[in-house]
Write a protein that binds this ligand. Structure first.
Ligand SMILES: [Zn+2]
Length: 79
């Protein structure tokens, strides 16, 4: 098994559009010792916009910045 990714940190971020409530999960990585964050997986309906704070995710349809991590409680919908 190749171990070529050992120098990168990987994590996921749950995105949610404040306008249309579209949600998606982005997979990000950051090589150790680097300030650059790479988008490994971009959820459908979202686009990444690079800013001075790093990549920000926007809803493609609404062109609104997606909020960051959704609190775990939000995933339990009582309909
Ligand atoms: Zn939207």
């Amino acid at each position: 098994m190749l171990r070529q990714m050992t120098v990168s940190e990987h994590w996921t971020e749950v995105l949610r559009c404040p306008d249309c409530a579209l949600t998606g999960v982005a997979v990000l990585s950051q090589p150790k010792g680097s300030d650059s964050v790479f988008v490994e997986t971009l959820p459908a309906g979202f686009k990444a916009v690079t800013s001075k704070y790093g990549d920000t995710f926007y809803c493609e349809a609404c062109n609104r910045p997606a909020s960051g991590v959704v609190p775990p409680a939000m995933s339990f919908r009582s309909t």
